[in-house]
Design a protein around this ligand. Structure first.
Ligand code: PMP
Length: 404
């Protein structure tokens, strides 16, 4: 049974004060907080079995290897990948995208087309622009509308037999829009293009099934879903991961090395050069266990309730405008107060102990579309409460009075 007060007890940070006020943490889309259950796993790793993995015959190395590979299996089960070796440990979403973009350098030629959406984080734009510069492939953009939704009829027109790759996020970090990735994937496959989905913002809210989606690549960051920073995973269909060349060379990713020639290790190790974030991978597995014990259906229902409550209360403030008004969205509210700069609102909220993000949220094209420098973004997690939303609303009203 979902009980927010019990859940909050799992998060030590939620009982701290900021500027003399109880912390209200509404910057969950940037990074989520860490429950004691995950902190304990990190402490246990460094206290009891810290060792390098895979090559050691000694006990600590074997224990660390077993736990690391068990974590990979947990992640496989969570995202419903067919094989554990389709899960590549990465340092996060950015790393996963760059790994795939680098791999496609050898598969694309001048005149090929690749498609991005107008709703992306810079992480899912810049690596592809770099790829386009390296290969001569043409980068096309699915446009958005004033509700912050992608325009699918325009997407249909962009697709052609020249399209080789489509990359979109599942959920927009700046606006919270849930994109119709099922449609995007199906249409891309009809013209023979591969699809990468950036799941950085979906993984804290929903449980994606990569086989049901039939997606080619899916990337996430552990720190968005109660895990540690510097850790993530790339899911890739086995056939694609076999086709792509390695991203980095080094230890762990080889089968045999001579000065004449190196042969590469089998999946997943081919893409995991060097000593990985061993503790991070194990803690990622623990974070997945933690969230599944609460249950993604319960999380979605609770967060939707918070979203509706906050949207209504914030819209009661005269002059407040919300960007991203799709019916299909998660618990992210991006807003501005008349002509007041978002940084000024954010600074006053911080004085009240409220952590909200201000700025362009690494999505400058979205801000350009709305002709604004940035927004204030409040993003809610399953450990937030309506009382905290009331504090936000009072804080915004105070900011309005002080800054008008
Ligand atoms: N894509 C989206 C949609 C994101 O929200 C983020 C994180 N803000 C990223 C990519 C990048 O994630 P990371 O910094 O963990 O690599």
């Amino acid at each position: 049974m979902f009980n927010v007060e019990n859940i909050r007890k799992d998060f030590p940070i939620l009982s701290r004060k900021v500027n003399g006020k109880p912390l209200v943490y509404f910057d969950n889309a940037a990074t989520s907080q860490t429950p004691q259950q995950v902190i304990d796993v990190i402490v246990d790793y460094y206290s009891n079995y810290n060792a390098n993995i895979h090559r050691g015959v000694h006990t600590l190395s074997q224990e660390a290897t077993d736990k690391y590979e068990q974590a990979r299996k947990k992640i496989q089960a969570h995202f419903n990948a067919k094989f554990a070796h389709e899960i590549i440990f990465t340092s996060g979403t950015t790393h996963g995208i760059n790994l795939v973009a680098n791999g496609f350098s050898s598969l694309l030629k001048k005149g090929d087309e690749i498609i991005v959406s107008a709703l992306e984080h810079h992480s899912n734009i810049v690596p592809w622009q770099m790829l386009s510069e390296r290969t001569g492939a043409i980068l096309k953009v699915i446009p958005m509308n004033l509700d912050g939704e992608l325009v699918m009829s325009e997407y249909d027109k962009l697709l052609s037999k020249n399209t080789k790759l489509v990359f979109v996020n599942h959920i927009s970090n700046a606006l919270g829009t849930i994109n119709p990735i099922e449609y995007i994937i199906e249409k891309a496959h009809q013209v023979g293009a591969a699809v990468l989905v950036d799941g950085a913002q979906s993984c804290p809210h929903i449980k994606p099934d990569v086989q049901a989606l039939d997606v080619d690549f899916y990337v996430v960051s552990a720190h968005k879903m109660c895990g540690p920073t510097g850790q993530g995973m790339l899911y890739g269909k086995e056939s694609w991961l076999k086709k792509l060349p390695p991203y980095q060379g080094g230890g762990e990713m080889i089968a045999e090395v001579t000065f004449e020639k190196t042969t590469y290790a089998e999946l997943p190790h081919k893409f995991e050069a060097g000593t990985p974030n061993i503790c991070g991978g194990i803690a990622f597995g623990a974070a997945i266990d933690y969230m599944n014990a609460i249950g993604f259906d319960a999380i979605a229902t609770y967060e939707h309730d918070l979203l509706e409550y906050a949207t209504k209360k914030l819209l009661d403030i005269e002059g407040l405008k919300i960007y991203g008004t799709s019916k299909h969205k998660t618990s992210v509210i991006s807003f501005n107060l008349e002509s007041i700069h978002p940084y000024d609102v954010g600074t006053i909220l911080d004085k009240l102990g409220i952590a909200a993000r201000t700025g362009h949220h690494c999505a400058q094209p979205i801000m350009d579309y709305f002709k604004i420098p940035g927004t204030v973004r409040a993003s809610f997690a399953f450990y937030n409460t309506k009382a905290e939303i009331d504090a936000l609303v009072e804080g915004v009203k105070k900011a309005k009075t002080m800054l008008s």
